[in-house]
Design a protein around this ligand. Structure first.
Ligand code: MRU
Length: 375
């Protein structure tokens, strides 16, 4: 596949990193995103159980970052015991942390395929190298998505006067990846080159990734933005206040169906009803060519507590969780939803923008479909 060489990485200049592997260290450090936006807390992850906990409890979250931490989790497990049995056990434990983001399974399989043929002595070092490579490539992929997305934003901006109003959902930012973010990469590059931009940041109930994380990133990078309640999405589009919607994804099926944070489908419907283009930033590890459509994507359900209670900082600077519903209220908490391909204007990948349909995606990523067909 020489024609599709991995893009040259271009480092994210951000003054923060979601994940760091200090040179030569046998541990990683990650921002504990539960403490954001009010505190930047670095958590040290120095064993596989802690890596699994960090993913399950969402210290770290976002499809690409979950994959990267999963990969390091395997390396940490192999540092402890590099036998076939231990490798298989660690793979199962890490894979079971969260079901929807396909990057986790992709990264775990990649590390396993790289180390399984090796002798036990060589496995741990090889796993650390593979995890580092996954991170480096992720940053390069996101920068390439940024470049292709920037061309799209320039084109839309050229057809209007005033700042370009981009709506996003959840956090598909540098905090969800190893650099640049996916949906945010075009925004950060556009802002850096001086394109007049304004970002609508959807709060993203129930865990508030938009309010807590995306607003924090926009503030840290000086990108003009406005936070709004999720339920206001359709009104903002109907008023003509939104020029384009740009979101991330946790899994895209072979036919272009998109799974992303709960609330994305509603935004896609409102976008279609108001002729607002709806784009999805898709790094290729998030493509699941083994699934013919989105119907097969497992949708995570999380604790009802996340819906019934809300966490924030009080006037004394204390982070507090308070109940917002009467004692004993029954609640349901779907973490993701599915946007059918027919509502997607295009997928912004590291190889360019592609239509959300099987033939187009297959033509752009033939090797992913070949692997799926062999499996
Ligand atoms: O539950 P989360 O916070 O892990 O959900 C994250 C999202 O839905 C993101 O949009 C997606 O993972 C893309 S991150 C580049």
């Amino acid at each position: 596949m020489a024609a599709f060489a991995t893009p040259r990485p271009s480092g994210d200049p951000a003054p923060y990193r979601a994940l760091v592997h200090p040179r030569g260290a046998r541990y990683i450090e990650a921002i504990d995103q539960r403490a954001l936006p009010h505190a930047v807390v670095m958590a040290r992850i120095d064993n596989a159980d802690t890596a699994a906990l960090a993913i399950r409890k969402m210290w770290v979250r976002g499809a690409p970052l979950i994959g990267a931490v999963g990969a390091y989790g395997l390396a940490l497990a192999l540092d402890h015991d590099a036998s076939d049995a231990a490798l298989a056990k660690a793979h199962v434990a890490l894979d079971a942390t969260r079901p929807t983001a396909v990057n986790l399974r992709w990264a775990l399989d990649r590390v396993c395929n790289a180390v399984r043929p090796l002798s036990e002595d060589e496995r741990a070092d090889a796993a650390w190298r593979e995890a580092d490579a996954i991170c480096r490539e992720d940053e390069g992929i996101n920068h390439a998505i940024g470049t292709h997305g920037l061309a799209l934003l320039r084109e839309i901006a050229s057809r209007k006067s005033g700042p370009l109003n981009v709506m996003t959902h959840c956090n598909a930012g540098a905090l969800a990846t190893c650099g640049w973010g996916t949906a945010t990469a075009p925004l950060f590059l556009a802002h850096a080159e001086g394109l007049a931009l304004h970002v609508w940041v959807s709060e993203t109930r129930p865990r508030l990734q938009g309010a807590n994380l995306t607003a924090w990133e926009m503030q840290r990078r000086g990108v003009p933005h406005t936070l709004f309640a999720d339920v206001a999405s359709s009104l903002l589009m109907r008023r003509g206040d939104v020029d384009v919607v740009l979101v991330g994804t946790d899994r895209v099926a072979a036919n272009g169906d998109v799974c992303n944070k709960i609330g994305t489908y509603g935004k896609a419907l409102a976008a279609r009803d108001n002729d607002v283009p709806f784009y999805v930033a898709l790094p290729s590890p998030t493509l699941d060519a083994s699934l013919a459509s989105g119907a097969g994507i497992p949708i995570e359900t999380r604790s009802p507590e996340e819906v019934i209670a809300i966490t924030g900082r009080d006037d004394w600077g204390q982070t507090t969780t308070v109940a917002i519903a009467p004692e004993g209220t029954r609640a349901v908490n779907y973490a993701f939803d599915l946007t059918p391909a027919r509502l997607v204007s295009g997928l912004i990948t590291e190889r360019g923008v592609v239509a959300a349909d099987r033939d187009a995606i297959g033509a752009m990523f033939p090797e992913r479909f070949a692997v799926a067909e062999r499996a």
